[in-house]
Design a protein around this ligand. Structure first.
Ligand SMILES: Cc1cc2nc3c(=O)[nH]c(=O)nc-3n(C[C@H](O)[C@H](O)[C@H](O)COP(=O)(O)O)c2cc1C
Length: 205
């Protein structure tokens, strides 16, 4: 039964630049994810998965997992393990990061039939980068969830100079306000979707 199998949630840290902000919320959401019953979590820092710019003679959908580069094979194996993903994305010039796009495009079947949720930040709370990622996720045959974690600019500034692990209380405004607890809403959407799709994949299509 799929219910007895833990849901493996991979948190993908989509900024690799020096002095990045993204590692702080990525570590925080990783800690929150680990607290969820029936869930195992892993933080995937794209710094640890350096891949060439997409370099295959054919699209990954047609390669049957036979990737040309060892680094891409390692990445593919890691993504294959995942039942769900949380992409932590910066916003650069109204889009998400090139390093994240490259990691996305380098593989294909490993993403299929799995849900993805997003966490973003930036002066417009990263809203534009998430909207772009939702479109990409559909093409990967993923299920992008409706809930998203957009860090407001005040939270960005409060967290910016913190050391990891960041005091989780700094993220508490996400639990308050008219929309209720947005962190719980996020997980309450992601985890059941991950269970449903895990059961579908295990049952064979
Ligand atoms: C090249 C570049 C472009 C940026 N463009 C945007 C933008 O379009 N919207 C925004 O809200 N912030 C923008 N920013 C500010 C980033 O949101 C901010 O630097 C953030 O910390 C980047 O994420 P990172 O530190 O995890 O790499 C930009 C920053 C850089 C370096």
């Amino acid at each position: 039964m799929s219910d007895s199998r833990p849901i493996d949630i991979k948190i993908i840290l989509g900024s690799t630049r020096r002095n990045r902000f993204g590692d702080k919320p990525a570590n925080w959401i990783y800690e929150e994810t680990k607290k969820k019953p029936g869930v195992v979590a892993e933080l995937l820092d794209l710094r640890d998965y350096p891949m060439p710019f997409f370099d295959e003679p054919m699209g990954p959908a047609m390669l049957n997992g036979n990737y040309s580069h060892e680094s891409v094979k390692t990445w593919a194996a890691k993504i294959k393990e995942g039942d769900a993903f949380i992409m932590v994305t910066p916003e650069y010039n109204h889009g998400y990061s090139a390093v994240l796009k490259n990691a996305i495009d380098s593989i294909f079947p490993e993403w299929n039939d799995k849900p993805v949720g997003f966490l973003s930040y930036g002066s417009a709370m990263g809203a534009r980068s998430i909207e772009q990622l939702r479109q990409v996720a559909v093409e990967l045959r993923m299920v992008p969830i409706q809930s998203a974690l957009h860090l407001p600019i005040g939270m960005y500034l409060a967290v910016m100079n913190e050391k990891i692990p960041v005091n989780p209380d700094l993220f508490n405004p996400l639990r308050q306000g008219m929309m209720g607890d947005r962190i719980e809403s996020f997980f309450n959407e992601l985890i059941p979707m991950a269970r449903t799709l895990q059961a579908m994949r295990l049952g064979g299509k």
